[in-house]
Design a protein around this ligand. Structure first.
Ligand SMILES: [Fe+2]
Length: 321
């Protein structure tokens, strides 16, 4: 068996691919599994179209890429009554969530460019998303590739950030975002957090990840999450902060022309390589509800650590944002 429907994600984009018509039976076929993994390694993002919209299919597709990982934050909800471990429900009821004004519109559930688990020493290889409650206006998931960013980055700025280590904390509030804030971002309503979340976040040591790393393919990846970035190791001063802000704003600017924003259909699933690709959410009208389900696929690059050799605690090893 072989895949018959493979297309570029978007014309002119240096990453991403679309695959149509993958069935649950196909996810068990070794040749298909190898073909899908090779495409993922090469392209960093796959949008699967026309797939069975079920938890079982989401898990079957996830298992093509590797074992599932539980999420590192205990407060992240699992799909109700789901016997399948590792399927996390990201439910955003109408009128809930923080609200920002961005691009002149009020949006809830907006997220800036980031990679998942930046606040942890261990990252995850990938995540698979699907939409179970879709909004008409907004709610798009954006992807931009760190290999493409590295290749397009201004060389003088790259020379200043390559070799540096970036500090992250579990600091999810928009008003606390220190770097890469979009022009004109206004916080209308802070994000309501579940009980105990802030305490859990404060207990965590700061996580450190390299600004640039090299894949086994030899490709270099600019791998910086503007969201939750706190500073640069050894440069927690005005100079370091100015550098990180310039880098994060350059990511925002380049991503403007080198990103793909997915508008969801119930029969889509999308996977991105979290060790390489940044993602974002466009946000939606505050009066609309939106629900996503995701799995998290285990697999780390081994380059993250906690500050001062801190252990991080069991809660982080359990593992999801
Ligand atoms: Fe995320």
């Amino acid at each position: 068996m072989a895949l018959t429907d493979v297309r570029p994600l978007q014309a002119g984009l240096p990453f991403g691919v679309r695959i149509g018509g993958v069935t649950r039976a196909m996810t068990e076929d070794p040749a298909i599994r190898a073909e899908i993994n090779a495409l993922f390694q090469r392209h960093g993002v796959i949008v699967f179209e026309g797939v069975e919209p079920s938890d079982a299919m989401q898990v079957a597709l996830s298992n093509v890429f590797g074992p599932l990982k539980e999420h590192p934050v205990k407060n992240v909800s699992r799909v109700d009554g789901n016997a399948l471990p590792g399927v996390v429900e990201i439910r955003s009821p109408a009128g809930s969530g923080g609200v920002v004004e961005v691009g002149g519109k009020q949006r809830s559930h907006w997220l800036p460019w980031h990679f998942d688990h930046a606040y942890n020493d261990e990252l995850n290889y990938a995540g698979i998303l699907r939409a179970t409650e879709i909004v008409d206006d907004g709610g798009l998931t954006g992807f931009t590739d760190g290999v493409a960013l590295y290749n397009a980055f201004p060389r003088d700025l790259l020379a200043r950030i390559e070799g540096k280590t970036v500090i992250y904390t579990l600091n999810v509030q928009y008003e606390n975002m220190r770097f890469g804030r979009p022009d004109g971002l206004k916080v209308v309503r802070p994000k309501p957090m579940p009980p105990g979340f802030d305490e859990e976040a404060r207990r965590m040591p700061r996580a450190l990840h390299p600004a640039v790393w090299t894949r086994d393919t030899g490709e270099k990846v600019l791998h910086i999450s503007p969201w939750m970035a706190e500073g640069i190791v050894g440069m927690e001063n005005a100079e370091g902060d100015a550098l990180l802000e310039e880098v994060c704003q350059t990511i925002n600017a380049l991503a403007g022309a080198m990103s793909y924003f997915h508008r969801w259909s119930p029969t889509d699933m999308a996977i991105w390589d979290n060790l390489r690709v940044l993602h974002a959410v466009s946000g939606n009208r505050p009066e609309d509800g939106r629900t996503m389900q995701r799995t998290t696929i285990r697999g780390d690059y081994g380059l993250g650590r906690f500050e001062d050799g801190a252990a991080g605690g069991a809660i982080l090893r359990e593992t999801t944002v």
